[in-house]
Design a protein around this ligand. Structure first.
Ligand SMILES: [Mn+2]
Length: 358
């Protein structure tokens, strides 16, 4: 934590801010270890405060105080308490997280605070994009739980089950293995619904000879995993088998090439060119990858427009190309990669090398 605060203070100095007010829950957790829902951190170049209400005071002393924060319990508005601190500390410029402060809250803050409010964007997110070994270990564990859940579902899924039953089975299995919750609503998209990249599980009954795409993940001690596999329940059509092989090749090319120094655009292009050359470029509408960590979508992103993003050692990013054929079905294969200067490490080991038919 000392390292995180030191890195943040270096940024504050570079952009000439006296302090930063942090309100986003994931950023708060990253900087303070707080897991509650009501708190604001004020980090200056020399001090750190955490303001919360009485519901979380004890928790703040347990989680946040050991990280070097003075805990302040507020009886009323957390921002009023922050303002008292700003006066006491005689700050003149305060950064706030412009991406998460509503128009109305900004209005209130501008009235309440005596300091110059400076909108900032992505300061803590940039720090979060580079994972330390402890964070990688938690993502690895989240990925292992996800892999096990996939293996489990392959043994239980059968025609006649609904997508929702499969999702329940996956979700419950992950919690029994130590996950605190799912990372997002589990996607179970079967038959023609597999052409919907984000087809969250419905009451549709899974029929024989359909493709099924599962896209799911879990939280483990605050960190997420994100896994997608497409498999078949009985024999699907030859075109669907064909696109499986193309998506697999595209995803394997990404794994072969991903390393620090690549831009998000280049990372994306590795997959896109395989799919385009095979004639399915128009059926791959989303980006190839996104960072994961405390949140399911975070920095860095890999897409055709991500030319200003450069991957660095310690990023964890998904590799998830897909092909989606309206009315027929779709395929996506996704693993989580730890980016290193020499290449990458795959954090998942769920099988994918042949289309699995159950
Ligand atoms: Mn994903």
């Amino acid at each position: 934590m000392a390292q995180r605060l030191a890195a943040l203070r270096k940024k504050l100095t570079a952009i000439q801010l006296d302090g930063l007010m942090v309100t986003n829950a994931a950023n708060l957790r990253y900087l303070t270890h707080f897991t509650g829902t009501s708190g604001v951190a004020l980090i200056t170049r020399t001090s750190a405060f955490f303001v919360t209400d009485s519901r979380y005071t004890q928790q703040a002393y347990q989680q946040v105080a050991p990280q070097g924060y003075a805990i302040v319990e507020s009886a009323g508005s957390l921002f009023a308490e922050i303002n008292r601190l700003l006066r006491k500390l005689q700050l003149t410029t305060l950064g706030f997280e412009a991406d998460y402060v509503s128009f109305n809250t900004y209005d209130d803050l501008a009235d309440l605070f005596d300091v110059g409010l400076v909108p900032t964007s992505g300061i803590v997110e940039q720090l979060r994009a580079v994972k330390d070994p402890d964070e990688v270990a938690l993502i690895r564990e989240a990925a292992a739980i996800t892999d096990q859940a996939y293996q489990h579902v392959l043994t239980t899924i059968h025609p006649g089950m609904t997508e929702r039953q499969v999702a329940d089975d996956l979700d419950f299995y992950m919690r029994r293995q130590g996950a605190s919750s799912v990372a997002f609503d589990t996607i179970v998209a079967s038959g023609p619904r597999s052409a919907m990249p984000h087809g969250v599980a419905t009451d549709k009954v899974i029929a024989a000879n359909e493709l099924v795409t599962l896209d799911f993940g879990c939280y483990y001690h605050g960190y997420v995993s994100d896994l997608t596999r497409t498999f078949a329940v009985g024999q699907p059509s030859s075109e669907l088998k064909h696109i499986y092989q193309i998506v697999l090749q595209a995803q394997e090319q990404v794994i072969k090439n991903a390393r620090a120094g690549l831009t998000g655009q280049q990372f994306d292009y590795v997959a896109r060119q395989v799919i385009t050359k095979a004639g399915y470029g128009d059926y791959f509408g989303h980006g190839t990858g996104h960072g994961i960590g405390l949140e399911i979508h975070e920095t860095p992103l890999a897409s055709p427009s991500a030319s200003d993003t450069t991957l660095v050692d310690g990023n964890v990013i998904t590799a998830e190309p897909g092909i989606y054929l309206l009315g027929l079905g779709g395929v996506r294969i996704e693993d989580d990669l730890l980016i290193m200067s020499s290449g990458n490490q795959i954090l998942n080991n769920a099988p994918k090398h042949d289309l699995i038919v159950v």
